[in-house]
Design a protein around this ligand. Sequence first.
Ligand SMILES: [Cu+2]
Length: 195
Amino acid sequence: MKRIMIWLTMLIINTVSIPTLSSAARDSLVAPALPNGCVVTGKVPGGVNPKNAVVYLEGVPFAGRPAPMHKEMDQKNLRFTPHVLAITVGSQVTFLNSDTVNHNVFGVGADMFDLGTWPPGRRRTKTFTRPGEVAILCNVHPEMSAYILVLKHPYFAQPDALGRYKIAGVPPGTYTLVIYQPERKPIKKKIQVGC
Ligand SMILES: [Cu+2]
């Protein structure tokens, strides 16, 4: 309970307006920024592994398609890296194979696909056109798994190693801040954004 209170307090303190951000700050933590708008910052609560979390806002009005991204997911030491990846709908993810064995990539969930099996050093790319959670699996190694969260808007961020996040370009309003973690219930909190 105490931990939750600390987190809520931090959330309130940290939900402040910052009219401009340096491009370096934007690049490190922020999803594709929109011009103007407010910045929502905070820190995920203890007990949440920052590497496996995605923070996003629900209920922000957003028309049209968000800017597509191009990300990579590696397969190294029989693991997908990163384990959790957040992208906008329409984005591409290139799957690498940095191991010395063949790997396969297929997806289950919001998008069902099979990129097949390929040898070390090769790569294959998939465009994600359906929003939602996609579990990424390898049929050569059943123990391998990862998650891609495909979002219809740019109001999300993946926390840094310390759990800090920044979501930029948010219009003023009342929204639900969601901390997504695969295979766990999302943590939700109403927040007021103003700047
Ligand atoms: Cu594999």
